[in-house]
Design a protein around this ligand. Sequence first.
Ligand SMILES: Cc1ncc(COP(=O)(O)O)c(C=O)c1O
Length: 320
Amino acid sequence: MKVQSMSNLRRSRRLASVIEAIGNTPAVRLDRIGRSVRGVEIYLKLEFANPGGSVKDRPALSMVRQALATGALSEDKILIDATSGNTGVAYSLIGAALGFRVELVMPANVTRARKDITKAFGTTLTYSSPMEGSDGAIVLARELVKQNPERYFYCDQYSNPENPLAHYRGTGQEILDAFGDRITHFVAGLGTSGTAMGTTRRLHEHSRKVHCVAVEPAEALHGLEGLKHMASSIQPPIYDATVPDEILPVATEAGWDMTERLGAEEGLYVGHSTGANVHGALELAKRLQREKQEGCIVAIACDRGDRYFAPMKWERRYTW
Ligand SMILES: Cc1ncc(COP(=O)(O)O)c(C=O)c1O
């Protein structure tokens, strides 16, 4: 057991605003989970280290910055979008920090924790049908904007080019800074597809040899929150199926099992989409081993597991 001394931890920085804490996330080696596969290293880039707790802080900030720069978003407008949670937390945090209002459209059955977190930032929530999932939220958000175009700035994470660009400039570049030519494989799940599109484009620009894999749920009805089964969903306009080198279906059970392993074996308590990504990474590692090749795989940890606790209640006052 090796423990680094505290003097090696350089996280202490002075920041002018919480939004400056977005990005520059660490990547940690999965020593135990990867141990069975000799010659292949697996790393997880910890996007839950962003202040909003997920990979979505990056695109939310890029989309907001662009909208403020063009004047599409101003203090008299409300930022609205459809989100199953993490982008909503990110918009809410950034809205509170920069001083604009946020309204989120989400399926009514999103976890209590996600609703409470966004409300804690002062955000307004509008619920779409729990039966229609994230697609129902998209349709309702579009309707609200159509009825009241002057009131809203529709951020539209599914179509906004700043979503993948945030990962092109941020996630992808940071992976290259940390791994350089050592990286052989990259794994990210498909939700809006921003992470996979932007990061893959940056890595491919560096070298076409980096094999980039997009993980998607194997089933249309699945339990990998944050991920989309593309064939049965509204395809996000930013999604281009020709960008990844491979699309790897992962079953819900496999993603959930790996999520439990990450907690118990690596001390990483993560959401189920991260479990799916690491399951995909381990499948790739086994494939490399069968082919007697070495490799360095980087996968994305999208968020932390405690975001899925239900019911979870924020108590203003404790009573004994
Ligand atoms: C938990 C979780 N995992 C994965 C994703 C997928 O990321 P992207 O939208 O960049 O495809 C999301 C997106 O919302 C998410 O919330």
